[in-house]
Each structure stands twice: as C-alpha cells, then as structure tokens.
Design a protein around this ligand. Structure first.
Ligand code: CA
Length: 657
C-alpha cells in the first residue's frame, strides 16, 4: 500500500512541473526485507513507516565527472540513486551553495554544489521514489559551527537587504526545483548554524534571515518540512538555548535537526535526552541530519581522512568494519526512533569515494578540475584560511557506504534491514586489542585468549596465536621498562597485543586517587586536628589527591599511615613514599616495612617547607610465600608556630629481585 501511495504522490507533483521536464517515476524503495544478507541487524522496534532514512549524496555529479562508476549489488553499473533507493533510502540530502565558483568559473570543490546540481540530483532522486532534503548553506562554500561566510554577492549588504536577497534566492531556487518536478520533502535554513549564519552572529539577525528563508519555503513547498540544523549536542544547553531564541523571535520551522558524529558528539543517550527536551519544550520534530562511521581505518584516495586508525584519543563503540558501520547506523536510527517526535536519520555522505586508485597526482588533477575533493585550490580566494591552505581530496572516503571500486558495501542494506531485522548467527567481526602489564621481575605469560567482537557487538573469548619468538621474550626480560607491540591471529582475524614491561606496584590506591583512604589505614596516636584524604592538585605530588595532616596543638601530630599487602610472590621488595610539610618543630619521621608483623627495615624522612618533597625507600624487604607485608610511614612532629602540617603521596612497593 505504502509503495503505491508514494508513487501517486510523486506523480501528482509532476503535474505541477513543466511538461518538458516530467519525471517518469519508478519507485524502487523496497517494501519487503532484502533477503540473504550476511549483515547482522537487530530489528528497530516500532520504526514508523514514514521514518526518514536519508543519504547525503551531494558529491555524486562531481564524482561521476571524475570518472567514478557506481555498481549495484549484482555487480552491474547502475545509477547510484537507484541503488540507494533499492536499499531502503527514502530521502536524498543535497547541499546548495549560492555561487561556489571563482571569477574564472573554476569550482571550489566539495562537489561544487550549486542550485543546478541540486536540481539534477533532485530529479534523479525523485525518479526512483525518493524525496530531496535541500541543505541551503547560504554561503558560497562550506558552512559549519566554525565558519558561516557570507556569499560574495551579498558581502556588502546590511541585514535587511541580505534577508531580502536570501528570501529571493530561496524562493527562486525552490521554484526551479518545483518546475523541474523535484519532490522536495524538507528544506534546511542553513547548515550547522550554532552561532552564525551567512556572516551574521547577532541572533536577531540570524532569526531575521531564517524567517526570510522560511517564508520562501512555505510559499513554494507548503508541504515541505523546514529544518534548523545544529551541531555539538554534547554541549550542555546549546540546543535548548538556540530553540528558546528561535521561539522568542518567532522563527517558523518544524524540525530541529542535529549532526551526530560519535567521535566528537557525546553519547547517544545524551543526544536522546537533548532531542527529547526540544520535542517536549518546544513541540518540534527532531532528527539526526548527519552521521557517519568508518568501515576501515585506511585511506583510499591519497588525501588524509578525519578519522583513521591513528586518530588519537577517539572513543568509539565499535571497531572500524563494514558490520560496525551498519551497527552504528542501526544504533542512531534506534535512538531517534525512540525519541519523542523523532522523524529520521541522514548519513553523510555515503557516496563520496575515491576518484582513483593510482596516485595522488592523478586524483589531484580530478579534484581540481571537477571539484570532487573537499576543496580545490580555486576556493582559496574565498576561503583563504582553510581551503586556501588545506585544499585536497576526500576526508571521509573511509566512511562511505561504497568501496573505492564503486561497489556497494554490505552495510548499505542496513537501511532496509532495520525495519525487519536480520538476526543471523553472530560471527567474529574483529578482535579487540589486548594489553598486558608484566612486572620486570615477573614471568611473561602471553594471553591464551582474546575477546572477539561479534557481528552482534557482543564479546566472546577465543583462542589466539601470537607472533612472539623466544628472542622477543629474551629482549623483553632484558629491556627494562618499555612497551612492545605484537600481532597475532584469532578466528582468522588479526589480533594486536601490547606488552608493557613495568616495575609493578603492589600497593593499591598508591597515590590516594580513589579519593578515599581504603585500603590504607591510619593509627592516630596524637589526635591530630586534621588527618584525611585531600583533593588539591597543587598540593599533590602526582594526580589530585594526597593524605593531608595538620594540628595546632603541640605534640598532637603523632600518627602512622600504612597498608597491608597479602599474596605477594616470594621475593625481595623495596618500599618508597614521599612527604612534604612545614612548621614541624622536632620530628621523628620514617618509612618502614614489617613482614608478618616483624620490622624488616626503616628509613628516616624529614619535612622542611612547602613544595620540598622528601622521597625515601626501604630496600631489601625479604618476603616468603604466604607472608603479609605492612608498609607505611610514621610521623611525629612536636610542632612550631602555626602547627605542624604536611602531605603524603605516591607510595610504591616494587619487586627488587
Ligand atoms: Ca581520503
């Protein structure tokens, strides 16, 4: 039923277009499950029939001009828009720049997407039963939270004139789309407009421009949704603050849309909380307008990617595999589908792949000529600080849903399979990295199993074979404190191991960073005024916590701080601890060790003045099998002036031999 309804709707739109530009619609969006996929997909429960499953495909024309060929799953050359629709994509998103060309007509790159290209993409999307999401940047090139440059032609306009120009541009662009038969489903009033739009940063001006765009959309496509698009949902209060101002200035819009890149934009739980808040407080529809995930850490076009295996400090939920890409898409859809007024998820941008596999030089020529890289050198005149310096190829080719050869990745089917589920037998998809720490004086025991990450994203232990030779082991025993990396194989998949040879510390909470004393104990013989764990980074040797003491009364600083350690491997140990303080008067301070309650050594310590840490060690602590070691510090100060005070931090119990 639904399929028919979409066909009729699209056909109805066509009658309003010019007779010569009629689009013969062949709706190929499946209404049944795609069978036989090797992808594991858990069904998204209660996914509405009209949920938007979108793909930004802005670069397609520049890609095709650069010689890229797209294939379908049968291995045949096919219009990529047909392939997208056949795999469940319902909406195509396209960015529109006012004039992405220099004075000589050279394109800025990033697809050099103007209205003309949006119409061509829109017609091809419409042809296969999809609708267009028009992403007006209201700029001549990329707009995001960091830059919202005014179009060249509007540069010297005051905000009123600019609003008139924006209204006229929006209206004319959409009228052209309408007369060309493009099925427009949604229109964006700018792209990631968190703090600026079209060169304006005062909110009253932003609101005026948005309202001008909104008016034009309502006039040309009264049934289309109007979206305001923001980024950084992880910034507390940012969306609510923006939505509140939109309400204050009475901007007419329907959808608050968010970018969601898992590497930078917080958790899905946070995203859901933020969007639920917008839906509840302002009654708006909400969605994810951009998301993506890497299917590989490798670059394929000789131009570096924003995300790679080497990208440091990235917390990610999945490894970089085709299955994991599908898992990510499924997770975002599941989140938005279960958010109040959640209407859709759009991917950015699954069709942007390498323009060649041979060399940077060959690709560079195409990026420059056809605009198929993120920026060409010609953009430098308009955007000197970014494009002018860093122009180049595609930075997201490893996040596309087509391989470098133009063939669709299995993950593309996720857009269909989320509706039905494809809960086939899970298999190992990747091996989680393994890291071990080995005491320099201990024995290196390589892990016999590693965690396999299943296609269902569960972890199971599997046997592993490491490529570690006897010579490697000898080198590690002899090499001192150092970290080594090895490869191995488990379930036919590569496994990675790092071995850190360390001087193992047998004390727990050794620097008091747990924020509590446990398992340290104190014996406060003198009844000190203050003796507790303190959180003060400037008074800590390392970290932010330490043990603090102070007492105004003479002779009341008289305590021991100690930790008991059981089950040590038999051997000889050394105990080290640090103290600083002042106003101490006469002192008797020492660190010590007991083995089964019998003193095994002590070393005197002293406190002098602020910041002067005294670090001392008790060596040669002989421990037999099953014996208990107690290590600690005893502090007795008679006190002077304002009362004795001090800080104790960073205790070590290391094996000597
Ligand atoms: Ca690249």
């Amino acid at each position: 039923m639904k399929k028919r309804w979409i066909v009729l709707l699209a056909a109805a739109l066509l009658f309003s277009g010019c007779a010569g530009n009629k689009i013969e619609v062949e709706n190929v969006i499946p209404t049944e499950k795609i069978e036989g996929s090797s992808l594991y997909v858990k069904k998204v429960e209660d996914l509405p029939d009209d949920f938007i499953l979108g793909m930004d495909a802005s670069s397609v024309i520049a890609e095709e001009q650069s010689g890229v060929t797209y294939y379908n799953f049968a291995g045949e050359e096919q219009d990529v828009f047909k392939t997208l629709a056949e795999n469940g994509i319902t909406h195509i998103r396209v960015r529109v720049w006012n004039d992405p060309y220099d004075a000589n007509g050279n394109g800025y790159g990033g697809g050099s997407n103007d209205v003309e290209k949006a119409i061509e993409i829109g017609r091809r999307a419409t042809k296969y039963g999809m609708r267009l999401i028009v992403d007006f940047h209201y700029s001549d090139f990329w707009a995001d939270p960091g830059k919202q440059m005014v179009p060249k032609a509007w540069k010297d306009m005051d905000v009123r004139t600019k609003a008139d120009a924006l209204y006229a541009f929006t209206r004319e662009s959409l009228q052209q789309m309408r007369s060309e038969g493009v099925a427009v489903g949604m229109v964006q009033l700018g792209n990631e407009t968190n703090s600026m739009l079209c060169g304006e940063s005062h909110f009253e001006n932003i609101a005026r421009l948005m309202q001008a765009g909104s008016k034009a959309v309502r006039e040309v496509f009264p049934d289309a949704l109007i979206a305001v698009h923001l980024a950084n949902p992880e910034r507390a209060g940012a969306y609510d603050g923006f939505a509140k101002k939109l309400e204050t200035f009475e901007v007419d819009y329907d959808v608050l849309a968010s970018s969601y890149y898992p590497y930078w934009h917080g958790t899905l739980e946070n995203l859901q909380t933020v969007l639920n808040g917008i839906a509840e407080t302002y009654g708006k529809k909400v969605m994810v307008m951009e998301t993506s995930y890497a299917y590989t850490g490798a670059d394929t076009d000789f131009s570096g990617n924003t995300i790679s295996d080497e990208t440091a400090n990235i917390v990610k939920d999945y490894p970089f595999t085709v299955q994991a890409q599908a898992n990510h898409v499924r997770s975002v859809i599941d989140t938005v589908a279960h958010t109040k007024n959640g209407i859709g998820v759009v991917y950015w941008e699954g069709t942007w792949i390498t323009v060649g596999m041979n060399s940077w030089e060959e690709n560079h020529e195409k990026w420059e000529k056809y605009g198929s890289g993120w920026a060409s050198s010609c953009a430098g005149g308009y955007d000197p600080d970014d494009a002018g310096k860093y122009y180049g190829g595609c930075a997201v080719d490893n996040q596309a849903m087509f391989g470098p050869d133009g063939r669709p990745l299995e993950s593309l089917k996720v857009w269909n399979l989320v509706r039905y589920g494809n809960e086939i037998e899970p298999r190992a998809d990747a091996i989680r990295d393994t890291a071990i720490e080995v005491d320099l004086k201990g024995t290196i025991e390589l892990p016999e199993t590693v965690d396999a990450i299943l296609t269902s994203n569960e972890l199971v232990p599997v046997p592993v074979k490491w490529n570690v030779t006897d010579a490697d082991l000898e080198a590690m025993y002899a090499g001192g404190v150092k970290t080594y990396a090895f490869m191995g194989e488990a379930e036919g998949l590569p496994a990675r191991l790092t071995v850190s040879m360390i001087s193992f510390n047998y004390l727990k909470n050794y620097g008091f960073e747990d924020g509590v004393a446990d398992p340290w104990q104190t014996e406060d013989r003198g009844g000190a005024d203050q003796l507790y764990i303190e959180n003060k980074i400037t008074d800590s040797l390392n970290g932010t916590y330490h043990m603090h003491f102070w007492s105004a009364k003479k002779d009341s600083v008289d305590f021991s701080l100690f930790q008991e350690v059981k089950d040590l491997p038999a051997g000889t140990y050394a105990f080290t601890i640090s103290i600083m303080g002042g106003d101490a008067g006469d002192t008797e301070i020492y660190c010590y060790a007991l083995v089964d309650g019998v003193e095994a050594g002590r070393t005197p310590m002293k406190i002098t003045s602020y910041g002067n840490w005294d670090t001392q060690t008790v060596t040669g602590i002989a421990v037999g099998e099953g014996q208990t070691v107690t290590v600690g510090i005893s502090v007795i100060c008679s006190g002077a002036g304002n009362g004795a005070w001090g800080k104790i931090d960073d205790a070590l119990l290391n094996r000597q031999e």
